[in-house]
Design a protein around this ligand. Structure first.
Ligand code: FE2
Length: 286
């Protein structure tokens, strides 16, 4: 059965969220939802997540999964909010525990925060298959950008997370804690071994001037034209390019808030005595 995908592009963070479903009136998974966050005021909003909810209700879909490709560093996940509103199980790669361990240290999180993935409803293993209604899906471990990155293959479509970007943009950075460009190269080659007509859905688009944001491509198009990893680029060449390029990139605006929320599956940190939640800024640590 061929999946149906609906994409939602968030201009504020260049993130693409997806609803992938078997049929109207059927079952869906939501991939990489966005909780809007204004760093100036510390306020969250749910306009982006509510667009997903409207779509799901309009198509009369049962939400089975709320999938995260990884603990994002550029936007907050709306998975926790969505689960409350429309249900679904929040799932992420099992290696999230490694990511939680690193950031529990950096943010000196409360002792009750357990870096074991228990904040999520389900931890996916490499190669694990699962159902989205009548669709068959499979988790593919694609570490490199982070140690816990997963791509999700649903029928002939793959939601690639932060691995590949559109061919004219290239690939994801590897300089966050636990990132590894050698691993990313191997993960990308694994994706590019899929049949050439496989449809690939990006997690982000950073369109060069003069073109509109877009997010769907194919294995064949990536192998022919990705500026960083087209066929013929060796692992050594890729690692050298990625290392050079990552050294020039600024941290994403929302990395500190994003990571603190996303390792909690989108839930805010525990309220303090006055009923408010707080985010921390570690000084000279990232
Ligand atoms: Fe990311």
């Amino acid at each position: 059965m061929t999946p149906i995908e609906e994409a939602f592009f968030d201009k504020a963070t260049w993130t693409v969220s997806y609803v992938v479903y078997d049929r109207p009136g059927g079952t869906c998974a939501v991939v990489d939802s966005v909780l809007d966050y204004d760093p100036k005021s510390g306020r969250t909003r749910t306009a982006s997540a509510d667009r997903l909810i409207d779509f799901v209700r309009d198509k009369d879909l049962k939400v089975e999964w709320l999938l995260e490709t990884h603990a994002h560093a550029d936007h907050l996940s709306a998975a926790h909010y969505l689960r409350k509103k429309v249900g679904g199980k929040i799932a992420i790669g099992a290696a999230i525990a490694d990511v939680q361990n690193v950031f529990k240290g950096i943010f000196n999180l409360e002792p009750a925060f357990r870096p074991d993935g228990s904040q999520f409803d389900h931890l996916l293993q490499d190669g694990e298959s699962f159902a989205i209604g009548q669709l068959r899906a499979e988790a593919m471990s694609v570490p490199g950008h982070t140690p816990a990155c997963m791509a999700y293959k649903v029928g002939d479509a793959v939601f690639v997370g932060d691995t590949l970007f559109m061919p004219d943009v290239g690939t994801a950075r590897c300089d966050f804690p636990g990132g590894d460009s050698r691993k990313l190269y191997r993960s990308i080659r694994k994706l590019l071994e899929l049949p050439p007509q496989t449809r690939l859905f990006m997690c982000h688009d950073y369109p060069p001037q003069g073109r509109e944001a877009t997010w769907e491509t194919t294995v064949a198009a990536q192998r022919a034209g990705n500026i960083h990893v087209h066929d013929g680029v060796s692992e050594e060449e890729f690692v050298a390019m990625r290392t050079r390029r990552d050294a020039t990139l600024e941290m994403p605006t929302l990395i500190l808030p994003s990571v603190q929320i996303n390792i909690r599956a989108g839930e805010l940190p525990p309220q303090e005595g006055n009923g408010l939640s707080y985010l921390k800024i570690p000084i000279n640590a990232i």
